[in-house]
Write a protein that binds this ligand. Structure first.
Ligand SMILES: *Cc1c(COP(=O)(O)O)cnc(C)c1O
Length: 442
């Protein structure tokens, strides 16, 4: 909703009685494997707030995991989807196609890094798009192996579980995993002793050459800033060195920009920061203002390697999702959300770095644009403190601020505010986070 008062307002305890009643019904009806961060049931959302069924107005610093980048129920998205839902809801693009799909493909070909000839295919979820990027890379190279990185997150389907690094909760007990996937070290400036980007790339490439062999390798897949793994931004030069090696060796370089894409990092795509041009780029989350849509976009020659009928899916590029994506892209461009993400980053990083000066438990404050992280540690050696992280997030939730955690060690607070949040509301949210941090200090 667009006219929601932009305020932090708590009228019950968190969660309130109506949310608690719904939580009891959830426990009796929904599989336990589907967890929730806060047991607060949403009734409306927009701008920078989520209003719950008890009438509490919470500050949204999560965007439903980097999805509602243009805001929840953003006006253009609402209008476009409303018009589309009245026209037709589904025909299946593989049966009788429609212009929205083509228009989204044209937009992605225009906006993604590089001005070479591109093609796009649409899917439903990030994981599904990652799977398809690997299919395409294999069809193009006629090779099988795929390399992913430490701390990587690529989804919850079988192949993407294999590519994902962290066992609990994503993989544990769900094997066997897809074969021909390999893992190499990433660049993690806070934890790898400041190894330079090119040096870290050399280590990864050495392992690939010795243990996989370039001739067997279809693709290298990486998040330009790792998301679930802890908002890890590689040292400068790491990604360009990997891209260069992939080019020299006929390996498809896949950028997984499911979390970092669409203005989130203060560039339209995180690859733009160092000017790298991936062969294939995978997008989802922020692409369609909250509707499920994902895409693989890349070099025409590679994208066209899969035979006719080899790519698709019943719902891929659903007309409602395409209408939403076009409206979201228009919103990003018309409202200057790339620049807005940078402002949000400056505001948040500035405050949090100030807090870090007097709090040794804040090991690292990092991020770009609207993707900001605080890594909490126990000591100067950087021992991760997942307990404190959980405690801070839970206390922030009780105070009405939706904040998420992430990281291989579970010790990273992550902020992904909708770019429609006001400075005032963001500041209030950060003040709550800072006071919660202060209160947890013995
Ligand atoms: C969320 C995410 C995925 C998976 O997307 P789903 O839509 O949940 O399948 C893949 N890669 C990255 C980097 C992500 O953040």
């Amino acid at each position: 909703m667009t006219d929601l008062p932009q305020e932090l307002r708590l009228v019950t305890a968190i969660p309130g009685p109506k949310s608690q009643a719904l939580a009891a019904r959830k426990a009796a009806a929904v599989a336990d494997g589907v967890g929730t961060t806060l047991s607060v049931y949403a009734a409306a959302a927009g701008g920078g707030v989520v209003v719950d069924v008890d009438g509490n107005s919470l500050i949204d610093l999560g965007s439903g995991i980097a999805v509602t980048t243009v805001g929840n129920s953003a006006p253009r998205v609402v209008d476009a989807v409303t018009a589309q839902v009245a026209a037709f809801t589904h025909t299946c693009f593989m049966v009788t196609p429609y212009d929205g799909y083509v228009e989204v493909a044209e937009a992605l070909n225009r906006l993604t890094p590089g001005d070479h000839e591109k093609r796009t295919a649409l899917f439903n979820s990030g994981a599904e798009a990652v799977e398809n990027a690997v299919k395409i890379a294999r069809a193009h190279t006629k090779r099988q192996a795929v390399v992913a990185f430490d701390h990587a997150y690529h989804g919850r389907t079988n192949l993407t579980m294999a590519l994902t690094a962290k066992s609990m909760p994503y993989k544990s007990g769900f094997g066997p995993f897809a074969p021909e996937t390999y893992r190499v070290p990433a660049s993690y400036p806070y934890r790898d002793g400041g190894v330079s980007g090119p040096e870290a790339a050399r280590t990864a490439i050495d392992l690939i050459e010795k243990q996989v062999g370039a001739g067997n390798l279809a693709a290298v897949i990486i998040e330009p800033i790792q998301g679930e793994g802890g908002f890890v931004e590689p040292a400068p030069g790491f990604l360009p060195a990997l891209v260069a090696w992939c080019r020299e060796n006929g390996v498809v370089f896949i950028a997984d920009e499911v979390q970092t894409g669409f203005a989130r990092t203060g560039d339209l795509f995180a690859c733009d920061h160092e000017g790298i041009v991936p062969d294939l780029i995978v997008t989802a989350k922020g692409i369609a203002g909250g509707l499920p849509l994902s895409a693989v976009t890349g070099t025409a020659e590679i994208m066209n390697a899969a035979h006719v009928g080899g790519l698709g899916g019943t719902y891929g590029g659903n007309p409602l999702a395409c209408a939403a994506a076009l409206a979201a892209i228009e919103t990003i461009e018309a409202d200057g959300l790339v620049a807005r993400a940078r402002e949000i980053g400056e505001l948040a990083l500035g405050r949090l770095r100030k807090a870090q000066e007097s709090d040794p438990r804040i090991g690292d404050v990092r991020g770009r644009g609207g993707m900001v992280a605080v890594e909490l540690v126990k000591d100067a050696a950087g021992t991760p403190d997942p307990e404190l992280t959980k405690q801070v997030a839970a206390a922030a939730h009780l105070r009405g601020v939706i904040v998420l955690t992430c990281g291989t060690y579970g010790n990273v607070l992550r902020l992904l505010p909708p770019l429609s949040i006001s400075d005032e509301l963001l500041t209030t949210g950060l003040e709550v986070l800072e006071s919660v941090l202060a209160e947890t200090r013995a």
